[in-house]
Design a protein around this ligand. Structure first.
Ligand code: G16
Ligand code: BGC
Length: 493
């Protein structure tokens, strides 16, 4: 996979910036190799490891489809790396309760509490208005005990209710909880494992809704009726379905990475029933746990994994998502420094420090207009004074890591979409994918590179991508509104 044959690569979307190949073109000149060209060639060799050929991406896609299949089947579910968790969100919602709902959104960059007003709209069925408040989760709540974390969440809810003057109301609550959960019902589910830097003890293996209800009870200054818990991919899909009724896939490329989609009920073997569709949370971030990504994982990926809170887990996610992207770039830069190809062979203490290269820098560096000012400023804050060539090399390192992320992620989504087309025995599939997450939304080229790969790998599919706005709290509230309606129907039967 390391051979340098550009015609085999999927085209890189960023054509404008200075790039090593420009330097390499100069090699054709008879004057021989200058030190700059020598550096450029060696940098190119190191970074070429990140490039994936189309046949490699097809292989990743095929393996993803195989693991998805194994995850859905009772006899292989246990050992499958892609767990394909049933969500109990059964049909895309039509008809819901109207009124006020509280929504929580935990697991992305921000923790949000929201008041969502669901009303009727003649054209689109629902009308949704939200008021929200963002809270940051302190590190000790993320990695302390489950009780500390859920007490903090209850404290935030209490603060929000005070601010909105609605503490006296017992509202239905929808909880977007963006971690792998094995559901037993829409309002009951066991946390399988934490991801993305959360590690609160005493939560894994327990019912998350129970932990929330207990914390609310412990506080005792307000009451809530927790009616639904959903993954962020599911909430995103539902909130986008509100805009586009073909939306049957939800995807997040942010701190973490994951996708869900509407699967034929008869193939969701973990749940009884044959009719209709159920949304399946793939938890594809865990892909790779059975060695499926071994030949694609580089030395930098191994370091990132080993120094993470969950070594050996979420290996696909660690190639793609924002929690790890900056650190991957930093490790590449340190390698280039050690090879004396960057910063005259000297890294600052800050650059040598784990976590110092934020994922946001990758976006900012790739957004540089060409005058290198942005790159220079970022590198200065990291304590290095770069030459123009240093700036160009740093940009190339960012592009290499983020392009691989987009391509890997594209192979995964192509797997989901091709599976949907096969299962539905459709000649051509028209589908909309609802997307959220900081990498997808904020990186200047991720979307373009990602869409290109998905479309190349999904012939006979007509795919529309839409971005979820206002976060997935809106989706959680809509699902809660449907759950309330269903509960009301069952009571009157
Ligand atoms: C939105 C959604 C969250 C989701 C997050 C993922 O939040 O509301 O449910 O988890 O995207 O993206 P990230 O991990 O980058 O935050 P937000 O706060 O990013 O708009
Ligand atoms: C979690 C998923 C979540 C994704 C995006 C992953 O780490 O396992 O449940 O959907 O991050 O937030």
């Amino acid at each position: 996979m390391n051979s340098v044959t550009p015609e085999n690569y999927l085209p890189n979307a960023t054509d404008k910036m200075p790039c090593v190949s420009t330097y390499m073109d100069q090699m054709k000149r008879p004057s021989g190799l200058s030190p700059v060209l020598e550096t450029a060639i060696m940098v190119e060799q190191i970074l070429s490891e990140f490039r994936l050929k189309k046949e490699h991406l097809k292989e990743v896609m095929r393996r993803m489809m195989r693991e998805m299949d194994r995850g859905l089947r009772v006899e292989t579910h246990q050992e499958a790396s892609v767990k394909m968790l049933p969500t109990y969100v059964c049909s895309t919602p039509e008809g819901s309760e109207v009124g006020d709902f509280l929504a929580l959104d935990l697991g992305g960059t921000n923790f949000r509490v929201m008041l969502v007003k669901v009303g009727e709209d003649e054209e689109r069925g629902w009308k949704v208005e939200t008021k929200h408040q963002m809270y940051s989760i302190p590190q000790d709540a993320m990695t302390g005990t489950a009780e500390m974390l859920f007490d903090y969440i209850a404290e935030c809810i209490s603060d929000f209710l005070n601010r909105q003057h609605i503490k006296h109301k017992k509202l239905p609550l929808g909880f977007t909880f963006s971690f792998p959960v094995r559901h037993e019902d829409i309002d009951k589910g066991i946390l399988l494992n934490w991801t993305k830097g959360f590690k609160a003890s005493g939560a894994e293996g327990n019912n998350v809704v129970g932990l929330l209800r207990d914390a609310i009870k412990r506080r005792g200054d307000f009451e809530m009726d927790v009616v639904a818990m959903v993954n962020d991919t599911v909430a995103t899909m539902i909130s986008c379905y509100y805009e586009d009724r073909s939306c049957e896939v939800g995807m997040i490329v942010g701190t973490g990475c994951n996708a869900c989609y509407m699967e034929e009920m008869r193939t969701v073997e973990l749940v009884e029933g044959e009719e209709g569709k159920m949304c399946v949370n793939t938890e594809w971030g865990a892909f790779g746990a059975n060695g499926e990504l071994e030949e694609f994982r580089l030395e930098y990926d191994k370091v990132v994994d080993e120094s993470s809170l969950n070594p050996g887990q979420q290996l696909y996610e660690k190639l793609i998502s924002g929690k790890y992207m900056g650190e991957l770039v930093r490790l590449v830069l340190v390698k280039l420094v050690n090879e004396e190809l960057l910063f005259k062979g000297e890294a600052s203490d800050l650059l040598k420090t784990r976590g110092s290269f934020e994922t946001g820098y990758v976006s900012q560096i790739e957004s540089d207009s060409g005058d290198r000012k942005q790159i220079y400023n970022i590198l200065s804050t990291l304590g290095v004074l770069p030459s123009e060539l240093d700036c160009d090399i740093v940009r190339l390192a960012c592009e290499s890591v983020s392009t691989r992320a987009a391509h890997m992620c594209g192979a995964g989504l192509a797997g989901v979409i091709n599976r949907m087309r096969e299962r539905r025995s459709q000649e051509a599939l028209k589908i909309t994918v609802g997307v959220d997450g900081s990498v997808y939304k904020l990186h200047p080229c991720f979307q373009h590179r990602f869409h290109k790969v998905v479309r190349e790998l999904t012939p006979h599919c007509d795919i529309t991508f839409i971005q979820s706005e206002e976060g997935s709290g809106r989706g959680a509230a809509l699902i809660s509104a449907v759950a309330c309606k269903m509960a009301a129907c069952m009571l009157t039967q």
